[in-house]
Structures are given as structure tokens and as C-alpha cells.
Design a binder for this molecule. Structure first.
Ligand code: 28F
Length: 646
């Protein structure tokens, strides 16, 4: 034991690196087990995954300190998770004030580590950035293997208490820390890790920390799966990845990359304009996604608006009296803003908004200096970007004119209903349904087959305007959309008022074929972009017409999938025929009622938006020009349509 004592003080330059004494002893772990939510936000599946994040963050910190290159995360078959890094390992001595091994202190004392003590190498980060001790407190068991200076050390814990005391295991020629933990099932709602969730978070960390190699292994299935994430290009590659995922066409070949530093804080921006009309800006502070933005995002937005206006005026691309707004200069922009700072201050309900005012100055100043240099050095890209912003400005003005016009005419606010609408008698919204039916002929059948007491029909002719590829000005004047807005009664955009909604359920009824899927997606895109609360509050549904009618003599049944058809055939046996419905138009009014509209028998799928940003990407890909990513996305996102009432 003697030689373990304080061995780290001898080998390190005392003031710059950590010694065992820099740990501040604050609080016991019982507090964490008593109130886990205080430390990891929630004990839901999200909180469970936060455990991995906390441990991986420690390895990332070691990577940021310049000592760790590889991080391995394994989801083990026994439900545990192993995180291994090849950093320096933890100082192996006895902590002078705690009188216990430093490794034990790190895992048993809340807030241990430099993070809250100040002066540590750790960039202060994380909403609940409380580290290894919290993970230990919330684990049924945790095992730690520390490789440092040729020696392997071990310690194990159960529910935060030492179960196998700190000891030397033997000699080793590797270095770094390995932590394996079994989440406590008495704490978490679920202890099953979701591979996709872990993978997305690790990929994001790999983008944000250029050059760090993160390997994820799922060892739970019979055939283990391993994926590696390592991006030498860092957030530049993050932008490329997002644009590829969105199937967005870049407006200029290279991702623009800017970097700045002031008083120890680092800011990085990667950005690329695309032909899209939407913007996708993700910001991070100390590798934490700041979904509510903050000073770094404000600085970025202010900066690019100013720089592009100045450039446009300087080269007469923009008339003196013309001015681009923030929205104009962000149209089609994909950007990552990442800042790393000591003492990050977070605001807002979700603590995901950066508050440090000096960071606005840093990012704004960096953009002002370096983005303008980029534009001067890349005149072709510069002109393309400014022209894109100008056309956005024109569209914005046209949209305003169109809106003013329709408002003047009282069109969107008029109490008159569209002539194509076959309304229902019931007026209480909770009881009513509006069917949006593909095609006039199916619309006619639906009108005849419905229960007009509570079911209204609005036929939608052909394919409605693709709102992703068309700007808002054309949406307002579209012959398809205006009747829809009128029928719903809510108005649109800034005038949208859900309390005026005339129907409790809006049911999209389209054929079970590609065109049907298309019109359904177009309508959803419209709702998503312009009437999002309708989806968020669960008003939007998809009807599911049957695929087959299986007939045996006078008996018949409907099948909604190939499997169901086969099952029915097997059940009825003998002389059975299965006729395929090619479309809604093939059914008569009774069949349509019976299979697709009768609340007692129909299958409705409620459209949900689990995650607005995922959905945004989904819609963009669905609407994009490239077929392959669209197909992949549809397959991968089938989950967005969750089954609901039968
Ligand atoms: C699998 C999770 O947690 N890796 C870590 C280090 C390295 C140092 C360190 C960690 C010592 C006194 C706190 C090494 N050498 N992976 C990890 N790698 N912690 S955690 O130091 C912790 C401080 O107080 C380390 C020199 N300085 C720091």
C-alpha cells in the first residue's frame, strides 16, 4: 500500500495536472438513489441511456485532454454495458483528504472529479453532468478496471457500495479505464438498452470530437454487430452526413468550416447551403445538444445575416434598399455550431439553452471575420448563397402579399365552406370526422357510403402541391390547399388557431398503392409544416383500406395484408378466391363503409410525431429528388405511423 500513496504527485507537474487532492468531497450516493431524477432527469429509457452518456463523456474528456484515441462501448448479453478507453487511466494513488483510493473516490463521491472543482481539464458539460458516481449509484453492480503505468487495478461496487475493494491485479502493457455497469432494475422503468439510441448518440459524439474513434458493439444478439464512428473531418462531416440523409442538393461543393477561440473558449461552425427551403441548424455546447439554442446560436445567426447583407451590398448583388432577414439567409442552410467552454451556463425549462453572453460575442465575431473572408475567397459560392437568400426574400414578400390578399378577400377567414365539401350534421368537434379522399370518384363513393351525421368528405383531386419543394406563397393560393384550410376552419401559419378546428379526426383516405402513399405524405408534409399542432395533438389519421376480398360462396372476408389473406384462405379452405383491390374506386359504397369508414370495423392509424427533427428529415427525404434515400427512409420510419383504434 505504501508505494501507492500519492504516487501521482511525484510524476506530474503539480499545477497543471490533477493530483489526488483536487477532488471535492460533497455528498453521499444515497441522495442519488433516493432522487435519481434530480441527477439524470428521468428514470425512463432516456435516463437509462444517460448512464452510458455519462461514462462515455469521461472518456471523451480524456480524449479532449489529448490522451485517448479509442473508445469502445459494448452492450453485453447479460444486460450490462462496458465502456473502455485507451487514455491514461485514473491516478492510482490514495486520495489525501478522503484517505481512500482515488478510483474509489471517483465512483463513490458525488461530484468527484475536476468538473465542479474548477481548474480541472474537464470542460464543464452535461445537463446532469455528474459523472461516474451517479452511474455507480444507479447500477446494481459496477466493475472498474484501471490500467495505468504498467499495472492493472480493479474495484467493484454494488448499488454504489464497495463490493470488491481496490486492488492490484497484476502487470499490464495497456493503459486506460474500463467501466462495466449493470443498471439497477429497481430504479429504471426499463434496463434494456436501445441500440439505435446508443448508436445515434455515439455517432454524434464522434462528429463533435474529430478524430476520436468510437466503436459500438451489440453483443446481445446471437450474431454480434459492431460499428465504428471516427471522423477526421469532425463537424464538417456532420454537415455532409445530414445533407445526405435529407437528400439535399448542396449549392456549393465544400462545407464551410470556421473556427475561433477567445479566453479559453473554442467555437466551431460547419455550414453548407442546399437547394432546400427549410433550415437545419444544430447547436452544441460542450458536446451537449442545445435544442433551445442560446448565445452561440444567436451569435451565429446575427453574424451570417450581417455578413451576407454586407457582401450583397458591396458587390451590388443586393440593391441598397434591399435587406435580407435572418430567415432569408438561413433558407436551405445546414449548419452545426459547436462551442466548448469552461463554466457553461444553461437556461430554459429544459436546461438546453446556452446563456453565456461572451459566447455570442465570440461566435458573432468569428463569423464576421472569417465568413466574410470565405466569401471574398470563394466568389462563386458567395454569389450563389446571396442569390439563394434573395430569392427567399422575394418569396417571403410574395407570400406576405398573397396572405394580405386572401385576408383582404376574407378568403381564409370567411365562414363560407368550400363547395366540394360534403359536411356532416354534427357540430361538436369531438364527434366529427373529416375524410380527405383521393380522387373525385372515390370521393363520391365515400359521400354515398358515409354516416352523414358525423362524417364529412372532402375530395382531394390529383396530387396536392408538394409543400416541401414549394414556398409558402404558392401554398396559400393552391386550389387544393385553400378548400382544406377552409374546411378545417383553423386558418394557417401565424393565424392558425386550433380552437377553431371543425373536426376531431382528420382522416386521410388514399389507395394502398404508391400514389396513395404519395398523397398521404404530401398532406402530412403540409400539416407538419403549416399546422403542426394537428399532428401533435393527435387529430390526423390514415385510413387503411383492405388489400383483398377473400370469397367462398356467399361468405366473404377482407384482408389488410398478404399474411392475413393467407390466414383467411387457410381458415375458409376449399374453393376460395382472393380478389385484390386495386383502389378505393373499386369498392361500392357499402364495401367502403364496411371496410374503411365504419368506426366499429375500420382500422385507423394515428399519425404521431415522436421527434420533430426526425420527422422533418423524414418529410424532406420523402419529398426529395433522390429515390434511394427516400426508399430507405420509408422503410426505416414505418414506426412513425403507430397503430391505434380498430
Ligand atoms: C470508461 C470511462 O472515465 N476515463 C478516465 C481519466 C484520466 C484521468 C482522470 C479519468 C484525478 C484526480 C480527478 C489521468 N492522469 N473512462 C474514463 N480517464 N480521470 S476518467 O483523472 C481524474 C482526476 O481527480 C487522469 C492525469 N490526470 C487525469
Amino acid at each position: 500500500m505504501e508505494e501507492l500513496l500519492n504516487n501521482d504527485f511525484n510524476e506530474e507537474e503539480a499545477d497543471k495536472t490533477y493530483g489526488d487532492s483536487q477532488i471535492q468531497v460533497l455528498e453521499g450516493l444515497e441522495a442519488v438513489r433516493k432522487r435519481p431524477g434530480m441527477y439524470i432527469g428521468t428514470t425512463s429509457v432516456k435516463g437509462l441511456h444517460h448512464l452510458i452518456t455519462e461514462i462515455v463523456d469521461n472518456s471523451i474528456d480524456e480524449a479532449l485532454a489529448g490522451y485517448c484515441k479509442n473508445i469502445n462501448v459494448t452492450l453485453n448479453a447479460d444486460g450490462s454495458c462496458t465502456v473502455k478507453d485507451d487514455g491514461r487511466g485514473v491516478p492510482s494513488g490514495i486520495h489525501p483528504t478522503a484517505g481512500k483510493p482515488t478510483l474509489e473516490v471517483i465512483f463513490t463521491v458525488l461530484h468527484a472529479g475536476g468538473k465542479f472543482g474548477g481548474g480541472g481539464y474537464r470542460i464543464a458539460g452535461g445537463l446532469h453532468g455528474v459523472g461516474a458516481s451517479v452511474v455507480n449509484a444507479l447500477s446494481r453492480r459496477a466493475e472498474v478496471y484501471n490500467h495505468r503505468d504498467g499495472v492493472e487495478y480493479h474495484i467493484a461496487f454494488e448499488r454504489g457500495n464497495v463490493a470488491e475493494p481496490f486492488c492490484e491485479v497484476g502487470a499490464t502493457d495497456s493503459h486506460g479505464l474500463t467501466v462495466r455497469f449493470w443498471p439497477d432494475e429497481t430504479i429504471f422503468e426499463t434496463v434494456e438498452f436501445d441500440y439505435e439510441l446508443v448508436k445515434n448518440r455515439l455517432r454524434e459524439q464522434a462528429f463533435l470530437n474529430a478524430g476520436v474513434s468510437i466503436t459500438l458493439t451489440d453483443a446481445r444478439p446471437e450474431e454480434p454487430v459492431t460499428e465504428n464512428f471516427c471522423y477526421e473531418g469532425g463537424i464538417r462531416q456532420f454537415v455532409e452526413y445530414l445533407n445526405k440523409k435529407k437528400a439535399a442538393e448542396p449549392l456549393h461543393p465544400d462545407v464551410i468550416y470556421l473556427q475561433g477561440e477567445k479566453n479559453g473558449s473554442i467555437a466551431e461552425v460547419a455550414m453548407q447551403y442546399t437547394t432546400e427551403y427549410s433550415e437545419l441548424i444544430l447547436s452544441f455546447a460542450n458536446n451537449m445538444n442545445t435544442v433551445d439554442g442560446g448565445t452561440h446560436e444567436t451569435g451565429f445567426k446575427t453574424g451570417i445575416t450581417k455578413v451576407l447583407n454586407d457582401y450583397g451590398h458591396k458587390y451590388n448583388i443586393l440593391k441598397a434598399e434591399e435587406k435580407l432577414t435572418g430567415d432569408d439567409v438561413r433558407e436551405g442552410l445546414t449548419a452545426i455550431i459547436s462551442v466548448k467552454l469552461e463554466d457553461a451556463q444553461f437556461e430554459s425549462q429544459t436546461k438546453a439553452k446556452l446563456g453565456n453572453s461572451e459566447i455570442k460575442t465570440l461566435v458573432d465575431g468569428m463569423i464576421t471575420d472569417k465568413f466574410s473572408i470565405y466569401l471574398e475567397e470563394n466568389p462563386v459560392a458567395a454569389r450563389t448563397i446571396v442569390e439563394k437568400s434573395i430569392s427567399a426574400a422575394r418569396a417571403r414578400e410574395a407570400a406576405k402579399r398573397a396572405r394580405d390578399l386572401t385576408r383582404r378577400k376574407g378568403l381564409l377567414e370567411s365562414s363560407s365552406l368550400p363547395s366540394k365539401l360534403a359536411d356532416c350534421n354534427e357540430r361538436r368537434m369531438e364527434y366529427t370526422e373529416l375524410y380527405l379522399v383521393e380522387g373525385d370518384s372515390a370521393g363520391g363513393t365515400a359521400k354515398d357510403g358515409r354516416n352523414s351525421q358525423f362524417q364529412a368528405i372532402l375530395p382531394m383531386r390529383g396530387k396536392i402541391l408538394n409543400v416541401e419543394k414549394n414556398r409558402v406563397d404558392r401554398v396559400y393560393s393552391s386550389v387544393q390547399i385553400v378548400p382544406l384550410i377552409l374546411a378545417l376552419g383553423t386558418g394557417i401559419g401565424s393565424e392558425f388557431d386550433i380552437t377553431k378546428l371543425r373536426y376531431g379526426k382528420i382522416i386521410i383516405m388514399a389507395d394502398a398503392d404508391v400514389d396513395g402513399a404519395h398523397i398521404r405524405t404530401l398532406l402530412l408534409t403540409f400539416f407538419f409544416r403549416h399546422m403542426r399542432p394537428l399532428i401533435e395533438e393527435g387529430h390526423v389519421y390514415a385510413a387503411t383500406p383492405p388489400l383483398y376480398k377473400v370469397v367462398k360462396g356467399k361468405q366473404y372476408r377482407y384482408a389488410f395484408s398478404d399474411e392475413e389473406r393467407d390466414a383467411i384462405i387457410a381458415e375458409l379452405g376449399g374453393n376460395v378466391t382472393a380478389e385484390r383491390y386495386k383502389g378505393l374506386g373499386e369498392m361500392d359504397k357499402d364495401q367502403l363503409w364496411e371496410t374503411t369508414m365504419d368506426p366499429e370495423k375500420r382500422i385507423l392509424k394515428r399519425i404521431t410525431i415522436k421527434d420533430a427533427s426526425d420527422a422533418d428529415a423524414l418529410f424532406s427525404v420523402l419529398m426529395g429528388d433522390k429515390v434511394e434515400p427516400r426508399r430507405e427512409f420509408i422503410e426505416a420510419n414505418a414506426k412513425y405511423v403507430a397503430n391505434l383504434d380498430i
